[in-house]
Design a binder for this molecule. Structure first.
Ligand code: DCP
Length: 229
């Protein structure tokens, strides 16, 4: 796998002159990505792209997220292929802002979610091969350049408690074991670097309560949105 080689979009973006500094926010379900984005949305020169969960919950009248959790054997590939399209849209979306912050990415979709579904047997070999071929094509041909990855690192037990508290209907039966799988794959990708990591990783302790985490975020603000105050 060679992310970001042979980029078809990069000709018009030579030297990244017209590309914003791009930050990905990653972490388990319930790790606090939405709050992180909300904090940075106050800055004028920062564009925040929240994950389009509402689109996933209502795509032409279908709740794709619910279908996936209700019958993962049948619907995992369908769900991940739509996630892939919406995430790709965020990666390539032009922005006039100095900094673009994206909630999640095609990288975590592939290395954490699709891989977890494969390992748990919800995606069979043929389905996994097809979606992987799409990822290979996208990573090879499109400019998915990233400058920084924020890893909101949480324990699966804490993530699970938060998911139960916020009670998004579709997620009320996610077993701890599923969250453990997603967590392990984030660790393998961002800490152990077993899959390609497209940028420097800044790790934050997201087990803390929101106020303490916000203090840590403010301490690293210059790294996250350089040149913006
Ligand atoms: N999801 C998935 N596959 C992906 C991305 C997300 O199955 N490639 C699912 C997991 C969640 C829902 O979509 O059920 C939303 O996931 P996120 O963890 O990305 O978003 P949250 O809103 O849970 O993030 P946070 O709680 O950190 O704000």
């Amino acid at each position: 796998m060679s992310p970001n080689s042979n980029n078809v979009l990069s000709d018009s973006q030579e030297g990244r002159g017209d590309k914003p500094y791009t930050v990905l926010v990653e972490g388990n379900i319930g790790s606090g990505k939405t709050s992180f984005l909300n904090y940075f949305s106050q800055f004028k020169d920062v564009e925040t792209l929240a994950e389009p969960v509402d689109k996933w919950r209502n795509f032409k009248g279908f709740n794709l997220l619910e279908l996936m959790y209700q019958d993962p054997h049948k619907y995992s590939l369908m769900f991940q292929s739509y996630v892939q399209l919406t995430m790709l849209d965020h990666h390539v979306k032009p922005s006039s802002a100095k900094v673009k912050i994206i909630e999640r990415s095609l990288y975590s979709a592939r290395y954490c979610f699709v891989e977890n579904l494969r390992q748990k047997g919800y995606m069979d070999g043929a389905e996994h091969a097809v979606i992987s071929e799409w990822y290979d094509w996208i990573f090879d041909k499109l400019d998915l350049t990233v400058d920084l990855i924020i890893y909101l690192r949480t324990s699966p037990v804490i993530a699970s408690a938060r998911i139960q508290r916020r009670s998004r209907n579709e997620e009320n039966k996610i077993p701890l074991e599923y969250l453990q799988g997603v967590h392990n794959l984030h660790e393998e990708w961002l800490i152990k670097k077993k899959c390609p990591v497209p940028a420097k990783v800044l790790e934050l302790d997201a087990n803390q309560d929101p106020e303490a985490l916000l203090k840590d975020i403010k301490k690293c603000q210059d790294q996250i949105i350089p040149g913006i105050s």
